[in-house]
Design a protein around this ligand. Structure first.
Ligand code: MN
Length: 194
């Protein structure tokens, strides 16, 4: 497996039921995620040198990559879609694997886990259109919650992703239709690390 293969989901498609249904996981991973990956690999055919880098390096160095401006935007969108979904699958799971150190840090920064979840939820519900809600560690080492549009990656801002939620409609439309808030509230049940 190279850096640029699509990894299988780290659990069964139905593992996140009933909160996230198997049909959504199939279309989300096998169609949407696969397409971002395939489009990304296609763009890289014009830039063989870039295949020496990791996917994460490419998004981190996005603004200085030796590529044409239209291709920079394509790499942002398709490479971002590829790396963001990899990370999204990894923060979820059928069993909790709580990061106690992170939980302590969240309590220090956001008063309590409940308060943190409230803020993160508000950010995700309030994001207009397609995008993602993020908990990141910024360049000063502080935890920060924000949302980014489309497939923009915090890596490009020099931030380290810690938790992420996909609020594109394709992430929830099959089961929740337009009820994004309901999807988000269900999603907390399958967040592994908090
Ligand atoms: Mn998605």
């Amino acid at each position: 497996m190279t850096n640029f293969d699509l990894a299988p989901l780290p659990y069964a498609y139905e593992a996140l039921e009933p909160y996230i249904d198997a049909a959504t996981m199939h279309v989300h991973h096998d169609k949407h995620h696969q397409t971002y990956r395939d489009n990304f690999v296609k763009i890289l055919e014009s830039y063989p040198d870039l295949t020496q880098k990791t996917l994460e390096q490419i998004l981190t160095e996005l603004n200085t990559l030796p590529v044409s401006e239209p291709d920079r935007i394509k790499i942002k969108n398709q490479g971002g879609g590829f790396v963001n979904h990899n990370f999204f699958w990894s923060v979820m799971g059928p069993e909790k694997k709580i990061d106690e150190k992170l939980v302590e840090e969240i309590k220090t920064n956001f008063e309590s886990v409940e308060k943190f979840k409230e803020l993160f939820t508000q950010t995700a519900v309030g994001h207009f259109g397609a995008g993602w809600a993020w908990l990141v560690r910024n360049q000063e080492g502080k935890l920060q919650i924000y949302s980014l549009p489309n497939q923009d990656s915090p890596l490009t801002l020099g931030h380290t992703p810690i938790l992420v939620l996909d609020v594109w409609e394709h992430a929830y439309y099959l089961k929740y239709q337009n009820r994004r808030a309901e999807y988000i509230s269900a999603w907390w049940n399958v967040v592994k690390i908090i």
